[in-house]
Ligand binder design. Structure first.
Ligand code: NDP
Length: 249
C-alpha cells in the first residue's frame, strides 16, 4: 500500500486508461477523485469497483472545455478531499476527432480538441498547485502521435504541446520536489479506439508492435503508478513511450 494516506485526482477516470489508473492508485492505497464528463453510469461503476476492492474513491463530474469547467471540478474535488491536500494529479481526459484532418478541420473543432486536451490540463494544473503538497506528482497522458504521423492533426498538435508543458512545468516545480512526467500510450483498447474491435485491425497493430499485441488500459495504469510512487522520485520532465514497442521496425 505504497500510497496510503495520499490523494489523487485522475481526469477522465470513468472509462479506459483513466479508469485503470484510478483503480491502480486506489489499490495502492490512495483516495482517488474519479473525474469524468458525462457518463454517470461509467463513473459510478469505477467508484464501485474501487470500493468493492477495498479502496477509497469519490466521483467528480465536470465537463472540460466548457465555461466554468475548472471551477466545477475544483468545487467537487475540494469537497471530496475534505481539507486534505492533493498528492497526485493525472491529466488523462482527452478527445479525438477522427475527422480532424488538415482538409476537414474547422475552427470550432480545433477549439474543442484544444480546450479539452490542452487548455484543461493547463488550467486544472494551475488550480491544483495550491492544493498539491510538496513532493507531489503530476503525470500528463500524451500519445505516440507526437512522433509518428497520423491524419488527426489537431489531436497530435495538442499532445505535442502537452509534452512541452511537461518539461517546462517540471523545471518550475522542481524546487518543491514535485515531479512532472508524460506517459505516452501506444494503441490501447478503449472506447476511443472502437476500430480495434475488428480482428483485422487488431492483427495489423500486433504486426507493427514488437511485443505482438495492442495495449490494455492497465498496461498504462501500472506505469503511471510508478511515476506516482516514491520509486519515481528521481524522474522528472520526461516522456515515456508505453506501447509494447510500436513501430520498432
Ligand atoms: P476514453 O475515450 O476511453 O475515455 C475518455 C475519458 O475522458 C472518459 O472518462 C471521459 O468521460 C473523459 N472525457 C472525455 N472528454 C471529456 C470532457 N470534455 N470533459 C470531461 N471528461 C472528458 O479514452 P482513453 O482511455 O482511450 O484515453 C485516455 C488518454 O489516453 C487520453 O489522453 C488519450 O488521448 C490517451 N491516449 C489513448 C490512446 C488509446 O489508444 N486509447 C493512445 C494514446 C493516447 P465520460 O465517461 O464522462 O465521457
Amino acid at each position: 500500500m505504497a500510497l496510503t494516506g495520499k490523494t489523487a485526482l485522475v481526469t477522465g477516470a470513468s472509462r479506459g486508461i483513466g479508469r485503470a489508473v484510478a483503480e491502480r492508485l486506489a489499490a495502492d492505497g490512495a483516495l482517488v477523485a474519479v473525474h469524468y464528463g458525462r457518463n454517470d453510469t461509467a463513473a459510478k461503476e469505477t467508484v464501485a469497483a474501487i470500493e468493492n476492492a477495498g479502496g477509497q474513491a469519490f466521483p467528480v463530474r465536470a465537463e472540460l472545455g466548457v465555461e466554468g469547467d475548472v471551477d466545477t471540478l475544483f468545487e467537487q474535488l475540494t469537497a471530496g478531499l475534505d481539507g486534505r491536500g492533493l498528492d497526485i494529479l493525472v491529466n488523462n481526459a482527452a478527445v479525438i476527432d477522427y475527422g480532424d484532418s488538415i482538409e476537414a478541420i474547422t475552427p470550432e473543432a480545433y477549439e474543442q480538441v484544444m480546450a479539452v486536451n490542452l487548455r484543461a490540463p493547463l488550467f486544472v494544473t494551475q488550480r491544483a498547485l495550491p492544493l498539491l503538497r510538496d513532493g507531489g506528482r503530476i503525470v500528463n497522458v500524451s500519445s505516440g502521435v507526437t512522433w509518428f504521423a497520423q491524419p488527426e492533426i489537431v489531436y497530435a498538435m495538442s499532445k505535442g504541446a502537452l509534452n512541452v508543458f511537461t518539461r517546462s512545468l517540471a523545471r518550475t516545480l522542481g524546487p518543491r520536489q514535485i515531479t512532472v512526467n508524460t506517459v505516452s500510450p501506444g494503441i490501447t483498447e478503449t472506447d476511443m479506439n472502437g476500430w480495434l474491435q475488428q480482428p483485422e485491425s487488431a492483427a495489423g497493430v500486433a504486426a507493427i508492435t514488437a511485443l505482438g499485441r495492442h495495449g490494455q488500459p492497465d498496461d498504462i495504469g501500472d506505469v503511471i503508478a510508478f511515476f506516482a510512487s516514491d520509486e519515481g522520485r528521481w524522474v522528472t520532465g520526461q516522456v515515456l513511450e508505453v506501447n509494447g514497442g510500436l513501430w520498432l521496425g
